[in-house]
Design a protein. Structure first.
Length: 224
C-alpha cells in the first residue's frame, strides 16, 4: 500500500509532462531578452539577476502553497477515514491508516519547511543594497537552496526542477560577483544556512501540529 496515497505518483506524472514553463517566460520578461536560453543574460546587472531569482522563488512558494492546500485536504480525509474505522471498531484498518497519516504528515512538514526556507532566501536577496552584502546573501542562499532542492526530489519533482534552474542562476550570479572582486565568508554562510534550515524545520513542525493535531478523533491513538 502506498502510504502517500496518490501524491508522489501524481507528482511524478506532473514532472514528466510539465517542465515549469513559467520559469523561462518570467526570466525573458524580467530581463527583457526574448528567446533567452541561459539562466540570465551576461549583460544583466547583479541586481537584475537577483530580482529575477526572487520572482522565480516567489513562484515556487506559490506553487508549494497550492500543492500544500490540496495535500492538506487529503490529510483531513485520512483523519476522517481513521475516525470512521474506529467508530466501526475496525482497529486493524484504523492502525494502517494511522501509519499512512503519519507519513503524510511528514510530507506536509517537508513542504512547509521548504516554503519557509525559500521565503527566507527571498527576504535575504530582496534587501541587498551593497556588493559585500550581495556576497554573503548569495553564499547563504545557495547553501539553503541546495538543501531544500534535495528535499523536494521525491515528493515535489516539478518544484525540484524549477529550483535547480534558480540555483544555476544564482551560481552564475555569484560568479559575476566574484569577478567584481567580491570576498565571501563561506564558513559564516554555511552556518547561517544551517540555522535557516533548522529554524524552518522547527517552525514547520509547529505549523503542521496546529493545523493537524496529533490527537486522533478516537481519543486513544496518536500517530508517530
Amino acid at each position: 500500500m502506498n502510504a502517500f496515497g496518490s501524491f508522489p505518483e501524481r507528482r511524478r506524472k506532473d514532472h514528466e509532462s510539465a517542465r515549469a514553463p513559467d520559469l523561462e517566460e518570467t526570466k525573458a520578461e524580467m530581463i527583457g531578452a526574448p528567446g533567452t536560453t541561459g539562466a540570465f543574460q551576461r549583460s544583466a546587472s547583479l541586481k537584475e539577476n537577483l530580482d529575477v531569482a526572487c520572482e522565480l522563488l516567489r513562484l515556487q512558494v506559490q506553487r508549494i502553497d497550492e500543492e500544500g492546500n490540496q495535500f492538506a485536504q487529503r490529510l483531513k480525509d485520512t483523519v476522517a477515514t481513521i475516525a470512521d474505522y474506529y467508530a466501526k471498531e475496525d482497529l486493524a484498518r484504523a492502525c494502517v491508516y494511522t501509519c499512512v497519516l503519519a507519513e503524510k504528515r511528514l510530507v506536509m512538514k517537508l513542504a512547509v519547511q521548504v516554503r519557509l526556507a525559500l521565503e527566507k532566501i527571498v527576504s535575504f536577496l530582496s534587501v541587498v543594497s551593497e556588493l559585500g552584502e550581495v556576497g554573503d546573501s548569495l553564499a547563504t542562499s545557495l547553501e539553503v537552496l541546495r538543501e531544500v532542492r534535495n528535499m523536494t526530489k521525491c515528493v515535489l519533482p516539478t518544484v525540484e526542477t524549477a529550483l535547480s534552474s534558480i540555483e544555476n542562476l544564482l551560481y552564475q550570479t555569484n560568479a559575476q560577483a566574484h569577478e567584481s572582486g567580491l570576498k565571501v565568508n563561506t564558513q559564516s554562510a554555511s552556518q547561517r544556512a544551517m540555522e535557516i534550515i533548522e529554524g524552518a524545520a522547527q517552525q514547520a513542525e509547529t505549523e503542521v501540529k496546529e493545523r493537524f493535531p496529533t490527537q486522533l478523533p478516537s481519543g486513544d491513538r496518536n500517530p508517530p
